[in-house]
Design a protein around this ligand. Structure first.
Ligand SMILES: C[S@@+](CC[C@H](N)C(=O)[O-])C[C@H]1O[C@@H](n2cnc3c(N)ncnc32)[C@H](O)[C@@H]1O
Length: 417
């Protein structure tokens, strides 16, 4: 057992390192709490309930998780609703698959204006401490930029940055929630840039913000009035190494209380079990079409993925220097197990530009500052094989008020044939 624990620490700490590079929020804090808790918990295991199902001979195991969005949303009481650390803001700026794409989309949008960039009024909604997109718009010729920021410290830094860069006459920082802000003299903007996209697209309040932000625009129903113009969340059932390595009674995953584990999108400790399916699709030009309704989805476990995952897990466990028999056993069982339904975002910026946090469409690993979110949906991994099904209902409660965080619930069963 000792070697397992030390390997556990090793695996956890390598994940923590990976997380520290992409802290959209407190991924590091979260993984720390998981890594410590299982060592001291001895609570019992809830038995997996086999129940017979349909005509085709099958058994089913119930799975579920529910949680409240917290990404960037905290300290509601002191109105510091949206909060990122300095390193989180820096990770966003430095994300090579994000920031240059936004810059290109802003330049293209400015240059496509019939009367040229100098005719354009732009809003950078959620400008952050570096006034990143506001400065890009100003430098590329926009007539006027309004940069809105709810976070007090970030707004103060943005004001400083804009002044230092010599754009204080062109860029006005407006501090507060966009929902509380009115543009001066009834001005209407030509387009809004808003990177308020969570690792589950809706989790930073984008839906409520965009519903309200239509009033800032000359033509809110035109997709070219928005960068991005569409944000999405993809989902796929997944297996997770540590869920297989640390099992009850020594480790009680239910102590997470539904709070998902957040992975670096490059982390091979999480592998997908089927092709991804689109779960959220918020069109900024037509946000009401994204009003959430329950979705019943059947994911069919892909035999080829299961086989490939075994190799990927073998490499992961080899890095943990487990004995060979242990590696053989764990890589086979991990590849054939379900831990939860993984979720990650995708952004469509303009007709030809998109940002994928995982490879599109197959969901492969890649570098991104966004995370893959994995709610653990069963105390112990549920064993499965190619052709089995994960049948779940996605029941998301996406608020129309920016100060009310989203509630997420996924429940259903793994059906073994
Ligand atoms: C993900 S950060 C992006 C920062 C910067 N635009 C960038 O891309 O690097 C989102 C920012 O938007 C702000 N924000 C989110 N929703 C907002 C709202 N409704 N009103 C004002 N600020 C908001 C947050 O405080 C945060 O600073």
């Amino acid at each position: 057992m000792i070697y397992l624990i030390s390997v556990g620490i090793l695996l956890f700490s390598s994940q923590a390192d990976a997380f520290s590079a992409i802290p959209r929020r407190s991924a590091l804090e979260q993984i720390k709490s998981i890594s410590i808790q299982p060592f001291v918990i001895t609570a019992g295991v809830s038995p997996l309930i086999p129940a017979t199902a349909s005509a085709k001979e099958s058994t089913s195991t119930p799975i579920s998780a529910q949680w409240t969005a917290v990404d960037g949303l905290n300290s509601l009481s002191d109105k510091q609703f949206v909060s990122f650390s300095d390193s989180a803001y820096k990770a966003m700026v430095d994300d090579p698959s994000r920031t240059p794409q936004f810059e290109r989309a802003i330049i293209n949008r400015l240059n496509s204006a019939p009367d040229g960039p100098g005719s354009q009024v732009v809003i950078d909604l959620g400008t952050g401490p570096f006034a990143l997109f506001a400065l890009m718009a100003a430098k590329n010729g926009a007539r006027k930029v309004f940069a809105i920021e709810a976070n007090k410290e970030a707004a103060a830094s943005a004001r400083e940055t804009v002044k230092k860069m010599g754009y204080a006459d062109k860029i006005t920082i407006l501090e507060g929630f966009s929902t509380d802000i009115t543009l001066p003299d009834g001005i209407k903007a030509d387009f809004v840039v808003a990177e308020i996209v969570g690792s589950i697209a809706s989790e930073e309040g984008a839906y409520a913000t965009i519903l309200d932000a239509r009033r800032f625009l000359k033509d809110p129903s035109d997709p070219s009035s928005w960068i991005p113009n569409r944000i999405q969340t993809y989902a796929s059932p997944a297996s997770y190494t540590l869920h297989n390595l640390f099992t009850p009674p020594a480790f009680d995953w239910s102590k997470l209380n539904g709070e998902p584990v957040r992975f670096n999108c490059r982390d091979e400790g999480l592998q997908l079990l089927s092709d991804p399916i689109l779960i959220e699709d918020i069109s900024f030009a037509n946000p009401t079409s994204a009003k959430w309704t329950k979705k019943d989805i059947i994911f069919t476990i892909d035999k080829v993925r299961v086989e490939k995952n075994e190799f990927a897990f073998r490499e992961e466990f080899q890095r943990g220097r487990l004995p060979k028999e242990e590696i053989d056993k764990l890589s086979v069982s991990s590849a054939r197990s379900f831990s939860g339904v993984a979720l990650w975002p995708r952004l469509l910026l303009e007709s030809s530009t998109e940002i994928n946090s995982r490879h599109y469409p197959e969901g492969g690993h890649q570098k991104s500052h966004w995370q893959t979110v994995l709610p653990i949906m069963s105390d112990t991994p549920v064993q499965l094989n190619g052709g089995d099904e994960v049948r779940v209902t996605f029941d998301f409660n996406i608020s129309e008020k920016v100060t009310v965080p989203a509630r997420y619930r996924i429940s259903g069963s793994v059906v073994n044939y």
